[in-house]
Write a protein that binds this ligand. Structure first.
Ligand code: NAD
Length: 453
């Protein structure tokens, strides 16, 4: 069947209102959960062959994530879907006001390759929970994970409800000519602009989950040992191919030497070695080449080794980096950590604000004023104080960017709202109608209106 026919089928199916039924939504969410559990082995193998991701990482950062999302919606669906009563203003008495969460219709989810299950299935789960039909277009760059998702979903779900459409740039370009009720995109800022333009043609709302250069700042008032351990984990997880990984490090000069030693210690302790089956590889030749060009040999403090045969790049720390260096011009998206030292905390915040707004930012300190300045003066999607990456695992926090790092957000109730229209309904009684708002007008009516409004 052609994709146009599948989308038409989804639009027809949506009009039957079956997806609005809570039991229907729960039944399919439970089915998806079962299928993920049954096919766990297949999911591990596909991602391992795409870029050597370990079972541990796949479970903790992908599978458990999606399962947790499904459980969240199974548990909260009734409450989330309930119309929310709000107060009614004087001019609308006697009446009552409610906000209804209305599903949008047929959603297009476009995924990225770096967390291929989580970034495809989590938005899909939120879209279904909110009562929509969905076309999922995973990233073709992680081809095996795309195939496994297509197999699991297309063999087990009716295409008029959910369908995985496989393809790359050409297929996505074709898809974007069609009219959807919402496009949810995860990927680069560059492609995000293409999606936004295409969506504008149909006035389709978008959520754009993009990237950016996310800083981590370590001041002399930080618990350095904890900071080093957490930064090494968050930076080299998935070999740095994480949208919210600390992209570069800003360290207060007086503690830099000591801190670099700690980073070195943890990199060694975590055993990110060439033959390790626990350290992810770079996704492809193009990214491998791009990354090794960023390693300025004269600035290597640690690492710098790589192996083109299996796309291994050793965790690498570059020091004496300045803002003009190549490595500071765009999102790194790999296991290279440039370090810039600073002496003035407020000045370094200003330097960050000269760049585009990042998806995440991190601060390590126990100093209250620094925490306050970081939260109040820097604009970024979301982040942590004294940790990295973990904010996105809290369902109660909306996850998304700002400015160049994205539009909109999801996770937990925010995901549900992202895929819903908040429809306002004011219901009035039909008795006791005051004549005051109706013509013919008079000075007396105006003076009453002035008092009332
Ligand atoms: P990408 O923008 O190259 O690709 C994303 C998707 O867009 C893929 O499905 C791809 O097929 C499609 N695509 C690519 N070129 C296209 C074109 N010209 N027209 C239409 N569709 C096109 O991104 P990527 O390489 O998969 O992922 C890396 C980027 O994504 C990084 O910038 C990273 O920070 C960002 N990212 C953001 C998040 C987030 O949650 N905010 C999560 C993961 C990755």
């Amino acid at each position: 069947m052609k994709i146009q026919e599948i989308i038409a089928g989804q639009k027809t199916f949506f009009k039957t209102h079956k997806t609005k039924n809570i039991k229907f939504r729960k039944m399919y969410l439970e089915k998806l959960k079962e299928l993920i559990i049954q096919n766990e082995e297949l999911l591990y193998r596909a991602i391992e062959s795409d870029f050597g991701k370990s079972r541990f990482d796949t479970f903790t950062t992908e599978i458990s994530f999606v399962l947790k999302d499904i459980d969240y919606y199974l548990k909260n669906l009734k409450t989330l879907s309930k119309p929310k009563k709000v107060s009614t203003n004087l001019a609308n008495q006697i009446g009552k006001s409610k906000i209804h969460q209305e599903p949008l219709g047929c959603i297009l989810v476009i995924g990225a390759w770096n967390y291929p299950y989580q970034l495809s299935l989590s938005p899909l789960v939120a879209a279904l929970a909110a009562g929509n039909c969905c076309i999922l277009k995973p990233s073709e760059i992680a081809g095996n994970t795309m195939n496994v998702m297509s197999k699991i979903i297309n063999e087990n779900f009716p295409s008029e409800y959910i369908y995985v459409y496989k393809g790359g740039i050409d297929e996505t370009t074709d898809l974007l000519r069609l009219k959807f009720d919402k496009i949810f995109f995860t990927g680069s800022t560059k492609v995000g602009k293409i999606i936004y333009k295409a969506a504008a043609e149909h006035l389709t709302p978008v959520t754009l989950e993009l990237g950016g250069k996310s800083p981590a700042i370590v001041t002399k008032d930080a618990n350095l040992e904890v900071a080093a351990k957490r930064i090494v984990w968050g930076k080299f997880l998935n070999a740095g191919q994480t949208c919210v990984a600390p992209d570069y490090l800003l360290v207060e000069e007086s503690v830099q030497e000591q801190f670099l030693e700690m980073l070195r210690k943890y990199i060694k302790e975590f055993k990110y070695e060439p033959n390790s089956d626990q350290y992810t590889r770079i996704i492809n030749q193009k990214n491998f080449q791009r990354l090794i060009q960023l390693i300025n040999k004269e600035k290597i403090y640690f690492g710098g080794n790589y192996n083109e045969e299996n796309f291994y790049i050793e965790p690498t720390i570059l020091t004496a980096v300045n803002w003009e260096d190549n490595v500071m011009q765009e999102e790194i998206f790999g296991p290279i950590l440039p370090v810039i030292s600073f002496t003035n905390f407020n000045q370094i915040l200003l330097s960050i604000t000269d760049l585009e707004k990042p998806l995440a930012a991190y601060l390590f300190t126990d100093n209250l004023e620094e925490k306050e300045a970081f939260t109040q003066k820097l604009s970024f999607g979301g982040g942590c104080i004294n940790d990295v990456v973990m904010h996105l695992s809290n369902d109660n926090l909306p996850f998304g960017g700002v400015g160049n790092s994205g539009i909109g957000n999801y996770h937990g109730r925010y995901g549900f709202e992202t895929f819903s229209h908040q429809k306002s309904i004011l219901e009035k009684v039909t008795w006791g109608e005051p004549n005051i708002k109706y013509p013919p007008y008079s000075d007396k009516k105006l003076s009453w209106i002035k008092k009332l409004l």
